[in-house]
Design a protein around this ligand. Structure first.
Ligand code: GDP
Length: 299
């Protein structure tokens, strides 16, 4: 928790402080409620989630006595944790099943942190004694495959890459085939994230998944979202959710923003759990997302 708190930006903690300040004084006038609302909106919780949270806070404030900051903290914790949908299943299926490796597709728009997240995940698995194979299915940018290969060498994972311009689905298929041949525990496939046209993306990602499934079931489709881009993140999530069944979200760059509110929105609107958060560029800066710990770090 201390690590999480340390890595959440100062401005993010300021959101918690300002909410505590507003609610800790007891009865709020309309101006103060507006301030609560603005604070949530500025933190990127979006209007639907904000309205829900404010309504619930008003109800609870009317029903019980909140006079101190400690009481406000208790109430806020309850309401915010609830809004983070603690009931969603956040387990990650990246361990092998009997005699076959688990297969994970990592999807998202370029620049969100897909390759870095793939590398970090590989690192966690290798540190746990697992054998990992990384598939570089972003064949449009040679630099992307190079970057993934660097991660593979750094953490001690196998890598399969195709020629530049090769069919991403065939590289993904080769990666899974090779993973099965080598008897690795986990195959993690980094995909291309060009969002020029939705149909192009749909064809490509859909095809990658279909082709891979000829070889082995896909266990996880992790959507990587950049926490610093606010509402655009939600728009991206909608597009990807239309194209492929997302099993979980990885919210990156949470260390550099006061706009972590997207974590509430994605779960609310798409019903997809945030499973992991990126808290920095380093290999160790990946943590499971846990609603309780997240709200504790905020408040
Ligand atoms: P991709 O194009 O989606 O594969 O994105 P990359 O993995 O290349 O990441 C883009 C940039 O974001 C790189 O400079 C990464 O170091 C950086 N990055 C990725 N995750 C995080 C994170 O959790 N925190 C911070 N601060 N930077 C990150």
């Amino acid at each position: 928790l201390d690590r999480l708190r340390g890595r959440l930006s100062r401005s993010q903690n300021a959101v918690g402080k300002s909410l505590l300040g507003l609610l800790g004084g007891g009865d709020l006038d309309e101006d103060s409620w507006e301030e609560v609302e603005d604070t949530l909106l500025i933190a990127d919780l979006g209007s639907a989630t904000t309205t829900k949270i404010v309504d619930r806070l008003r109800e609870e404030m009317a029903a019980r006595t909140i006079r101190t900051e400690a009481e406000a903290r208790g109430l806020l914790k309850e309401v915010l944790v609830d809004a983070l949908r603690p009931e969603l299943d956040r387990s990650i299926r990246i361990l092998p099943h009997g005699d076959r490796p688990s297969v994970t597709l990592v999807v998202g728009v370029n620049g969100t942190g897909k390759t870095t997240t793939t590398g970090k995940l590989a690192r966690v698995l290798v540190a746990d004694g697992r054998r990992v194979l990384l598939g570089a299915a972003d064949t449009f940018r040679a630099a992307a495959a190079d970057q993934l290969q660097t991660w593979a060498e750094r953490v001690g994972a196998e890598v399969v890459r195709g020629r530049e311009g090769a069919d991403p689905a065939s590289v993904a298929f080769d990666a899974v085939s090779r993973g099965i041949e080598l008897g690795v525990d986990s195959v993690l496939i980094d995909t291309a994230g060009r969002l020029h046209t939705k149909t192009g993306l749909m064809d490509e990602l859909g095809k990658v998944k279909r082709v891979v499934e000829k070889k082995a079931p896909v266990d996880e489709v992790l959507l990587v979202l950049d926490a610093t881009i606010g509402q655009n993140g939600l728009a991206q999530a909608r597009v990807f959710a239309d194209v492929v069944d997302i099993t979980g979200v990885v919210l990156t760059k949470l260390d550099g923003t006061a706009k972590g509110g997207i974590v509430f929105q994605v779960q609310h609107e798409l019903g997809v759990p945030v499973k992991l958060v990126g808290l920095g560029e380093g290999a160790d800066h990946l943590a499971p997302f846990e609603p309780n710990a997240f709200v504790d770090a905020l408040l």
